[in-house]
Ligand binder design. Structure first.
Ligand code: NAD
Length: 713
């Protein structure tokens, strides 16, 4: 097998260690790499002919981070503790080898990759704005266990270290230089190595700052008054955002704080203990299950039909240049696709295009784009009214009014101009796809592409397969979603599809609570404590009560036509009552909340809400409210899987987190059941059903799992 790190020693006595982990697309910190690094550190220390070491990579990245597969195998706390201590021993060996060591960072250095570079005496980084540095562990419920919480505060100060580790955001090279995280920038690869060599020549006796006798932590250690003040408020700021649902954040803060009272080695041991606590936490296991394994599987095409050649959209037609159409045009043009954006008037079409202009102008202003790039992207969008412009489109997406007749008409007009192989997609949010496909003369090429608003920000597209949609059409739709950099989930056709159906139960449950006399403040607090990004009443205001009412009425009519009685949703009376007095939500400035007219103003719960819905004398425990809000969603998601609306649990979990922000620390709506255990879920769901109604009666699929000891994969 090839070496994980190749070592060459030049005539100048400078050794170049090039990481290139065999059989992997990226370098990750695993046992192979760590062992190779330890050997190199030994050799550099022992070989008098070697004057210094440059650590770099042969891959596109420098080092992408820890080996998640390996971490996922750990079940006992000793394993992560010892793993983390072993890595740190190697990194310590490197920085105390007695010769200058420079990291020549040619690509992303994330997590364990950045920690490795922190154990070098200098970091020289390629000045590429796409290059990412950072400690993103917190996003997987972990903390940097390779010395990140020990070296960072000693290098850039406690406040910056807390920010880097608790937020986990990417840091661009220029910003890293400004905060003192890196030593120098280099314009290209040659300069990178040249500067690394020059640094070694200039610093033959390099030692880490924390190994100098009179070392002081920049900005002060945990005892200094300024730091004490910051550390006193830090946990409350974090708790206000995370409601204590993310133990990794608390562990990171503790590790940095305690490490700031201790010497280097003791701080390292403390960090490893917190690392072990994070690795074994259910939160981290849930997040890794879904946002690592299931997301990667989806991106690799787990829900795409196999054996169909990869498609690429070159020309896209968008019908309806409103809020959604304008957004779809933008994200597609950004991916290099030529877009025809049509509406009923030239003015409306231009308005849709202006949406892109607005976003791009902002990006130019903030230095994230250039006028040339903006103009090139805008040139890709042709706004018009003439359907003949659709000729040659590989895909057409309609985003016209949510009205069957209007949708049927544009479907017919567009199809008349399309090549037989072209795909026609609807962005409907509520109308079943198989019904809309009745207007199509080629229903095998008809599919649902449900985008979320605002399109440029929301990462998910829900692909809806109609009764007659072909595998080929599904594969092409899937490829398009990947082409524009979004994450696709694939679901079968049904009322509300998957995302709207399950998300709706969350909002309805909040409304039901209000109707029962639960204090509105307790309802909203429960939503946030549950880990949802927005509480139910505020969310209903955002969506607009009148829109929900219209959808309810339409569904009622549709079902009546099929001879089915519409099962009234819990809380629907509340929506009617508010609509009757014109409190239709945010767009009207009033709903459950009074919304401020001025930008940046704060919304306030409408004081009369408790007059309209009197607060009951006995209030339930918050725990019960939280359980209701989460169980109702998880149970509905399980029903979707049981009914075949969902095709996989990965789609269910990712769809819930990316689609409506289902509390990520639970790993998604179905992983929620796994984490609790099917048996416990069934028991609690039955308690809730006895108290609040059959919507909590556990889905048969979970009851079965409880009996047989299974789980969602
Ligand atoms: P919108 O009212 O902002 O835009 C609709 C546009 O379609 C208007 O500009 C209108 O002039 C145009 N239009 C109407 N008839 C047309 C025709 N015959 N030919 C060409 N253009 C025509 O609506 P929107 O919010 O962008 O929603 C569009 C679709 O997307 C709807 O089906 C909606 O259900 C769905 N959707 C909306 C959201 C959302 O959050 N707004 C989310 C997902 C899906």
């Amino acid at each position: 097998m090839a070496d994980a790190i190749q070592l060459t020693v030049g005539d100048d006595g400078i050794a170049i260690a090039t990481m290139d982990l065999p059989g992997r697309p990226m370098n990750v910190v695993n046992e192979t790499l760590t062992r190779a690094l330890a050997d190199i550190a030994d050799r550099v220390a022992a070989d008098a002919a070697i004057k210094g070491l440059v650590l770099t990579s042969a891959k596109a990245d420098f080092c992408a981070g820890g080996d998640i597969d390996n971490m996922s195998k750990w079940t006992k706390p000793e394993e992560p503790f010892e793993g983390s201590m072993a890595l740190k021993a190697v990194l310590r060996k490197l920085e105390t080898c007695g010769k200058p060591v420079v990291a020549a960072i040619n690509g992303h250095a994330l997590g364990g990759g950045l920690e490795m570079s922190l154990a070098c005496h200098a970091r020289i980084v390629l000045d590429d704005p796409r290059l990412k540095l950072g400690q993103p562990e917190v996003k997987l419920g972990l903390l940097p266990g390779g010395g990140g919480t020990v070296r960072l505060p000693r290098l850039v100060g406690m406040q910056q270290a807390l920010q880097i580790c608790c937020e986990g955001n990417d840091i661009a090279p220029k910003a890293a230089l400004a905060m003192g995280l890196v030593t120098e920038l280099a314009a290209n690869r040659e300069e990178l190595l040249a500067k690394a060599r020059a640094w070694i020549a200039a610093n033959p006796k390099a030692r880490q700052p924390w190994d100098q006798p009179k070392f002081r932590m920049p900005g002060g250690d945990s005892r200094s008054p300024a730091v004490v003040q910051m550390l006193a408020i830090g946990p409350s700021i974090a708790a206000a955002k995370s409601y204590g649902n993310y133990p990794a954040v608390t562990h990171i803060m503790s590790s940095i704080f305690e490490g700031g009272l201790l010497d280097f080695d003791a701080a390292c041991a403390v960090e490893s203990r917190y690392f072990a606590a994070c690795v074994l936490s259910p939160e981290s296991k849930n997040i890794i299950h879904t946002l690592w394994y299931q997301l990667n599987a989806i991106k690799k095409g787990a829900s795409r039909p196999q054996g169909i050649a990869k498609g690429q959209v070159k020309k896209l037609g968008v019908l309806g240049a409103g809020m959604m159409g304008g957004g779809i045009a933008y994200v597609s043009a950004k991916a290099g696709i030529d877009v025809v954006l049509l509406d009923t008037t030239q003015q409306a079409a231009e308005k849709g295009k202006a949406y892109s202009q607005g976003l791009l102008d902002k990006a130019v202003k903030k230095g994230r784009s250039t006028p040339e790039k903006r103009d090139a992207l805008l040139a890709k969008i042709t706004a018009g009214t003439d359907f003949a412009l659709l000729e040659g489109c590989d895909l057409v997406i309609e985003a016209v009014f949510e009205d069957r007749a209007v949708k049927a008409e544009v479907t017919k007009r567009a199809e008349a101009l399309l090549a037989p192989t072209a795909v026609f997609a609807s962005n409907t949010s509520t109308l079943p796809i198989s019904g809309l496909a009745k207007a199509s003369v080629r229903p095998a090429h008809f599919i649902g592409l449900h985008f979320f608003s605002p399109v440029d920000k929301m990462p998910l597209v829900e692909i809806i397969v109609g009764k007659q949609t072909s595998d080929e059409t599904l594969a092409r739709a899937f490829d398009y979603v990947m082409q524009i950099g979004k994450t696709p989930i694939v679901v079968n056709d049904s009322r509300g599809f998957y995302t709207s159906r399950v998300f709706g139960t969350y909002v309805s449950e909040g409304l039901a609570m209000l109707e029962e006399g639960v204090h509105p403040r307790s309802i909203e607090a429960a939503g946030l404590q549950a880990g949802m990004p927005m509480p139910p009443l505020a969310l209903q205001d955002e969506v607009s009560l009148s829109l929900s009412l219209a959808v309810m009425e339409q569904t009622k009519k549709d079902l009546a036509a099929e001879g089915i009685t519409f099962p009234e949703r819990p809380g629907s009376k509340v929506v009617r009552q508010l609509c009757e007095i014109g409190r239709v939500g945010k767009k009207a400035g009033k709903g459950f909340y009074d919304w401020p007219a001025e930008k940046g103003g704060e919304k306030r719960l409408w004081p009369e809400l408790t007059t309209m819905f009197p607060v009951a004398a006995a209030q339930p425990a918050q725990r019960e409210l939280i359980d209701r809000l989460m169980f109702v969603q998880a149970n509905e998601a399980a029903r979707c899987l049981q009914e075949g609306v969902l095709r996989s649990s990965a789609d269910g979990n990712i769809g819930s987190i990316f689609g409506w922000g289902f509390a990520p620390f639970h790993g998604g709506a179905l992983q929620f059941v796994n984490a609790i255990g099917a048996k416990a879920f069934v028991a609690r769901a039955r308690e809730l059903a006895a108290k609040f109604g059959p919507r909590f009666e556990p889905a048969a699929i979970v009851v079965e799992m409880a009996a047989e000891g299974g789980r969602f994969d």
